[in-house]
Design a protein around this ligand. Structure first.
Ligand code: ADP
Ligand code: MG
Length: 329
């Protein structure tokens, strides 16, 4: 079957079904990170691949930002399990015309974020390639039970950290090629170039056992909510006016103001579910973690599907459903 029909997630499912079973796998393919047992405990493991021309464009991305982001997106997957990142393996495919100063610049970005979260670079691989390619694997430690995508129940509240749509709008501004300046622009570009993995919030949710399901928003709110709904066998009702938008986003989003907040990728905020009994505790947790936490909707029975209502209670048409690397949009 053509990959454009199967789609990225259909392909992953096909790989999953044929994967050889092994020992000690508590959670394999299908969540933000795998969870494996070993004689002294257990680990979370996640990997991501970034390819020039697909995930980033060196015309407008500095190598330091790229290094930072390639680690940040992996740390975000550990955050989404409620874990603490510990080690990173980083492999590079480098075009022949690169020089050592450029590689140094990339590692400046990587090391900056690694230091911040006390993550150790412990290895990787280096090769020559036609385009720059960065493959990152992060290993982390779970806190209590890792928070999966699959534990949400109808009636649970749905929350997101931070604000939505900033990174995608930042990318849109870069693509417009018209150089724009100002504080709001640079805030959105910062969100695109240097996403913040929500490690403190993720770890606190796991420590206090407050979330029934969690994922990080890499491919857009609606698509990643879809992954929670599929894994948890629930539907979802989202109130559009409750989606948290930054001042910079409001200033620059233009007419289709909710477009990026609903479907734009790469925010790397956490999306999680929790029973309404925990509302107060979750409010407090946001303050402790230093991040805004917004309640945006509620889990429904699976037959309900995913529905977004506008401020008047009218259903919002969901066309663009986030990102799939193989499906044509
Ligand atoms: P995320 O967006 O959180 O990085 P993905 O959507 O990329 O997650 O991947 C979903 C799941 O599929 C993860 O468990 C990931 O490890 C697994 N996965 C992705 N690609 C492959 C592959 N080629 N072989 C095996 N597992 C894969
Ligand atoms: Mg993820």
């Amino acid at each position: 079957m053509k990959l454009s029909r199967l789609g990225e997630f259909g392909l992953i499912d096909r790989i999953r079904r044929k994967a050889a079973p092994g020992r000690g796998v508590r959670l394999g393919i299908g969540d933000d990170a795998a969870w494996v047992e070993h004689p002294r405990g257990s680990s979370l493991i996640t990997a991501d691949l970034l390819i020039e021309g697909i995930h980033f464009d060196l015309h407008w991305t500095s190598l330091a930002d790229l290094g930072y982001k390639s680690l940040a997106v992996n740390l975000s997957d550990i955050a989404a399990m409620g874990g603490i990142p510990a080690y990173v393996m980083l492999s590079l495919g480098i075009p022949a015309n690169f020089d050592s100063g450029q590689v140094d610049e990339m590692y400046r970005g990587i090391n900056r974020l690694a230091r911040k979260h006390r993550v150790s670079l412990i290895g990787g691989d280096t090769n020559i390639a036609d385009a720059l390619l960065i493959s990152v694997c992060v290993i982390g430690n779970p806190i209590n039970q890792p928070i999966r995508r699959s534990g949400a129940q109808a009636g649970d509240d749905i929350y997101v950290t931070g604000t939505l749509g900033d990174a995608a709008l930042g990318l849109e501004l870069l693509r417009q090629k018209r150089p724009r300046q100002g504080r709001a622009v640079s805030q959105l570009l910062q969100r695109h170039h240097r996403p913040t993995p929500r490690l403190a919030a993720g770890a606190l949710l796991a420590k206090r056992e407050l979330a029934t399901a969690m994922i990080d928003i890499s491919d857009g709110l609606i698509q990643d909510l879809g992954h929670i709904c599929t894994a948890s066998h629930v539907g979802a009702l989202i109130h559009q006016e409750k989606l948290p938008l930054s001042g910079a986003y409001r200033a620059l989003a233009g007419k289709a103001i909710m477009r990026f907040a609903l479907s734009g990728g790469e925010d790397y905020e956490l999306l999680f579910c929790a029973t309404p009994r925990h509302r107060k505790r979750i409010e407090k947790l946001g303050k402790l973690a230093g991040v805004r936490i917004s309640r945006i909707g509620v889990c429904m029975p699976t037959t309900h599907g995913i529905q977004v209502l506008d401020a008047h209670g009218a259903p919002v048409a969901l066309k663009a459903q986030g990102h799939d690397h193989f499906k044509k949009h």
